[in-house]
Write a protein that binds this ligand. Sequence first.
Ligand SMILES: Nc1ncnc2c1ncn2[C@@H]1O[C@H](COP(=O)(O)OP(=O)(O)OP(=O)(O)O)[C@@H](O)[C@H]1O
Length: 257
Amino acid sequence: MELTVNRLSVSLSGIDIVKDITLHVENGAFVGIIGPNGCGKSTLLKSIYKVIKPTKGTVLLNERNVAASSAKVIAQKMAVVAQFNDMSFDFTVFEMVMLGRTPHKHALEPDREIDYAIVQEALKKTDLLAYSDRVYSTLSGGEKQRVILARAIAQQPKLLILDEPTNHLDMKYQLQILSIVKSLKVPVLAALHDLSLAATYCDVLYVMKDGQVAAHGTPGEVLSKELIGRVYEIECEIYVNPVTGGLAIAYLPLADH
Ligand SMILES: Nc1ncnc2c1ncn2[C@@H]1O[C@H](COP(=O)(O)OP(=O)(O)OP(=O)(O)O)[C@@H](O)[C@H]1O
């Protein structure tokens, strides 16, 4: 499945937040969106997954216009792991992950053997089998985040949208979550804050500033000291990590603090 965002704009409370953004996620590609706090990453993603109505532009899943499709049809194709997942319901972890099966069922259709098997597999992939009967609201932030990923996996999406999926996670689970996502072999569009993780996992990066795309390309093309300096208003050095062979970034302390 491919995602095409064409000249998308979003205004909220009369303010232009997302301005004329065009982007493409090819089938199988892991595409990152990076940019400073408040540049519009979440708003862009929300307008792609139909929580916010764009003022202009189109979002296509293959040839299907997302705006003209039902929420159920979109949920059969696209799963979302968003930033804040606090819910007041006292669902167990198993029940939360089973919610991922909802778009594939008719109203009031009971859970089938196949649904149980898919949920079990999603729990296994995210290291959560031992948490099945725990109440979701009692979990730590990182555990909750893994449950939300497990729910997205159980949804068996054709495209995955991640909004800062590694928030709350320690290093092991940051790496684990991105590796699991990569292993699903579905195209991914992810807003990420950690530029080194973005460089490691993404095939293509879109850099946002003030609601617009400031640059896009492979991490090697995009992550220059000049661009990061301009977009984030910081000084840094980019180097090849001698251990991993990947791109790494050293940030310099701000001079006037
Ligand atoms: N309903 C709203 N009305 C007015 N402004 C809004 C509204 N929702 C978001 N904004 C503003 O839009 C801008 C973009 O917010 P958004 O959450 O998309 O940024 P972001 O790049 O995801 O930021 P972060 O990295 O901090 O999560 C922010 O300045 C935010 O305050």
